[in-house]
Design a protein around this ligand. Structure first.
Ligand SMILES: CC(C)(COP(=O)(O)OP(=O)(O)OC[C@H]1O[C@@H](n2cnc3c(N)ncnc32)[C@H](O)[C@@H]1OP(=O)(O)O)[C@@H](O)C(=O)NCCC(=O)NCCS
Length: 512
């Protein structure tokens, strides 16, 4: 099999690619980024042409990578000897993607970044910032971002700001905020920012194991985007808690207090939603609009998804928040019908209340189907990807609606990372859904998600456990070539070719 090798054999590959390099988004912006090579003079010249407050900064393009193999959750229930339905109904999971021993966080990110740049026919020179959000740490000093710089080598572009950001599943959101803030800052030189989130979510054997997964999402950030980050409304909640953390640097597995992590997730959701509402209501008030912000103001609501059932409970929790914020809400009919007995509950006393959980899940069932369920497509079939999880939900949403159906809507986003760091923010979808518009291009670029998921290989739980054991045994092992067949990897996937005696990793790419 022919492979492309990093370090020394990439030239031909990149030369061929260079012929394709021409950015796609949008005409007004590319006029700035396309100009010449990035010598000091050309950068200065560009800076002079860049508007000081770019419009509609947000997500222009997206790429999703998930492993080519998965284990079926029904099979896993049998193998683990738990009651039928615990993982599939109780947690809401269908399948769980996992990496074999020759994939690591660097290879995942190399793959997703290269796919995004290739599919978008983007020039490596047009990227001025690259941020990585991950909690899959294989080196305490060297950032994944520096490994990704190998992809830029042939272009000669080394003027790429940004580095890794880590806090559990929140690093991707912090990276997205950094990227958008850079585009809106005085440091912006007119080029795109690229955000990569990637993780390998694996748990030791036990009740957390079925909530694993793996994958990576890359997002191109710039002005005139079809998905704009709404300004001045981010609601953030951060605090110190040990719900999930990784103190054992020699292991891929976290320490996790599952019930505490769920409680923390709900608390963060309540706080972020309250802050978001406050900020957007203030903005509306200044514009002369006096109304409360409720779930009705989001056409879609997506969440960080450790497992799908938690997301259904979270949407229900937002309805509980709306209900408590509206003392005169009608409980005789409509969405709050029959909820009178919960009128005086305190949010902080309901984290583990089965009664509240059940009543509000029932009340919000229809809203859940409309606003959130379509976003769980990838999560149900690939599991928790950690940092990319909520962006996988975004990709799922875009993959299941047409540009016309999405146009003009507001997508609420809740991002949570244990430890803890959480934010709620919103994306405004552009009104223009015409063929060839940035929105239509973004949506159609994700339309193959289901086909790609269907093309994965189903692996028996015994084999999955075996592969997890190989990963444990070879994690940080020096001087070795990872075992296993590369045959099953998707074409174009980067993988570890060799780890040398100084723990330096060398990667190769499977032919496209
Ligand atoms: C989430 C986690 C705590 C669940 O583990 P667990 O304690 O073994 O699971 P539970 O016994 O609570 O069962 C989970 C759900 O399945 C339900 N269930 C159990 N057996 C079932 C069956 N046979 N059929 C249907 N549902 C079943 C339970 O009732 C429960 O649902 P509920 O919470 O709505 O009552 C565990 O997987 C974990 O620690 N995951 C990692 C941490 C995480 O993802 N945290 C999320 C926030 S970041």
């Amino acid at each position: 099999m022919k492979m492309f090798r990093l370090f020394s054999h990439t030239k031909c590959f990149f030369q061929a690619k260079r012929a394709l390099q021409r950015p796609l988004w949008p005409a007004q912006f590319t006029a700035v980024v396309q100009r010449g090579s990035f010598s000091t003079t050309s950068v200065r010249r560009q800076t002079e042409t860049v508007p000081s407050w770019p419009k509609d900064v947000g997500i222009l393009a997206m790429e999703v990578y998930f492993p080519s193999q998965y284990v079926d959750q029904t099979e896993l229930e049998k193998y683990d000897g738990v009651d039928a339905g615990k993982y599939t109904v109780g947690l809401g999971q269908k399948q769980m993607g996992f990496c074999s021993a020759h994939e690591d966080i660097n290879s995942l990110c190399l793959t997703v970044v290269q796919h995004l740049v290739e599919r978008s026919q983007l020039s490596w020179n047009s990227i001025g910032r690259l941020e990585v959000g991950t909690e899959t740490i294989i080196d305490k000093s060297k950032a994944v971002k520096t490994v990704l710089m190998q992809l830029f080598e042939d272009s000669g572009n080394t003027d790429v700001e940004g580095i890794d950001t880590t806090n559990a599943c929140y690093g991707g959101t912090a990276s997205l905020f950094n990227a958008a803030d850079w585009v809106e800052s005085s440091s912006w030189d007119g080029r795109y920012a690229l955000v990569v989130c990637g993780d390998i979510a694996v748990y030791a054997t036990g009740n957390a194991r079925p909530t694993g997964g793996a994958g990576a999402v890359a997002m191109l950030v710039g002005p005139n985007a079809p998905l704009t980050l709404e300004r001045g409304v981010r609601g953030t909640h951060m605090e110190h808690v040990y719900d999930f953390y990784k103190p054992d640097l020699a292991s891929e597995y976290p320490m996790v207090d599952g019930p505490l992590s769920i409680q923390c997730y709900f608390r963060a959701l309540d706080r972020c939603y309250a802050t978001y509402r406050n900020k957007i209501e203030n903005q509306w008030q200044k514009a002369g609009i006096n109304k409360p912000c409720t779930l009705e103001d989001f056409q879609f609501m997506i969440f960080h998804t450790p497992f799908c059932k938690l997301v259904q409970k979270s949407l229900a929790r937002m309805v509980l928040n709306d209900f408590l914020a509206s003392p005169s809400a009608n409980t005789e009919s409509g969405i709050y019908k029959g909820l009178q007995e919960f009128r005086n509950v305190k949010l902080e006393e309901t984290y583990s209340s089965k009664e509240v959980d059940k009543a509000f899940q029932k009340a919000s069932q229809e809203l859940f189907s409309q606003k959130t369920q379509p976003s769980l497509f990838l999560s149900a079939r690939n599991g928790n990807m950690y940092t990319p999880s909520v962006y996988g939900c975004l990709a799922s949403l875009l993959a299941q609606y047409s540009a016309q159906q999405l146009a003009g809507s507001r997508i609420g986003v809740f991002s949570y990372g244990s430890g803890l760091a959480a934010s709620m923010f919103s994306l405004k979808v552009s009104q223009n859904y015409e063929a060839g518009s940035p929105l239509e291009k973004l949506v159609s670029s994700l339309s193959d998600l289901e086909v790609r998921l269907n093309s994965r290989k189903c692996v028996a739980p015994e084999k999955f456990a075996e592969i997890m054991k190989v990963r444990e045994d070879t994690h940080h092992l020096v001087n070795h070539t990872p075992h296993g067949s590369k045959e099953d990897l998707f074409p174009g996937t980067w993988y570890i070719e060799q780890v040398d005696d100084k723990n330096r990793r060398k990667y190769a790419r499977k032919t496209l």
